[in-house]
Design a protein around this ligand. Sequence first.
Ligand SMILES: [Zn+2]
Ligand SMILES: [Zn+2]
Ligand SMILES: [Zn+2]
Ligand SMILES: [Zn+2]
Length: 358
Amino acid sequence: MDNRNESSENLRNKCAACFRQFNKMEHLVEHMRISYHSVHEPICGICKKHCRSFESLREHLIGPLPKQECKNIFSIRGCKFCLAILNSPDARRSHQERCQFLSINSGILARLANLGIRDNLGTIDNGGSARRAQVVALACKMVGGGSDGSLDLCGRVCLIDESENIIFHTYVKPTLPVTNYRYETTGIRPEYLRDAMPLKQVQRKIQDFLCNGEPMWKIRPKGGKARILVGHGLDHDLDSLQIEYPAIMIRDTAKYPPLMKTSKLSNSLKYLTQAYLGYEIQTGIQEAYEDCVATMKLYNRMRSQVHKIEDYPLASDPQNRNNFASWRQSELERMSPEQMLEISRSDYYCWCLDSRDY
Ligand SMILES: [Zn+2]
Ligand SMILES: [Zn+2]
Ligand SMILES: [Zn+2]
Ligand SMILES: [Zn+2]
């Protein structure tokens, strides 16, 4: 076989998304079957390589082990926060000024720390006429229970709206005795919790607010009144509040694949805020409000990504179920890598889909 044929044969077996080469077409088909490449993956603005997460895109552009051509261009006109490529170094400068957020004024945080309770749960418009679901962010701060103080008990909770206004902010009186107030990080003193709102009442108020008049079993992702809930590690927060909420309404920055590590573990909120928003949080005493703001900003950034609109964006949509079915093997092997990418769909719900009307 001459060399020319061999290289064009290899090119035919190259994944159109992640550029991996395969010796045989059947191996590329197998790769496509399990990769769920899609228009929703973070994509290099230079070579168009698809990455599983922004972290792997960051490695591709900055390092360790970057792709040299992409790194060179990125270092001149790439945004280090959202990883977009701009047209010129000047365009990058003005873009980055908008892309980076300033940290929350420490004076505001100090005043918040003294704020006993704020409860606007009953006064928020129920959003019945809005075309898009309302979005709220929630964060808790935990004090310690149990004999060694390691059991997390919610001692403070905060809920904000999309404009970062506080909807609800209160100390919570746990149902179990507090054995460690973790003052250095929570700033919570025994007297703050002594007459605080009982957990049961907090739970009911937040639960009612999230469901917004809809029975839990009726909540559907689009067109209802229930609110989208944003947070970081929400399973843990909701557990501590004894709140149940449907997964389809939850947007968790700890579990959203594009924001996770290449190892598929969660990043900390502190890291995500530093890397993607460009400011510091959780430097001393931690405020639940500060966590709410960071998760809401991350959510907004992910939701505002511009991705190609497809009628059925998810691999789990019934219309896509047979795209990579095994009975299609020979048909798939005759397709070009681009054609296969064209029919490949995401295995996670991209938050850009929240910005679509229904
Ligand atoms: Zn691939
Ligand atoms: Zn998307
Ligand atoms: Zn690239
Ligand atoms: Zn940017």
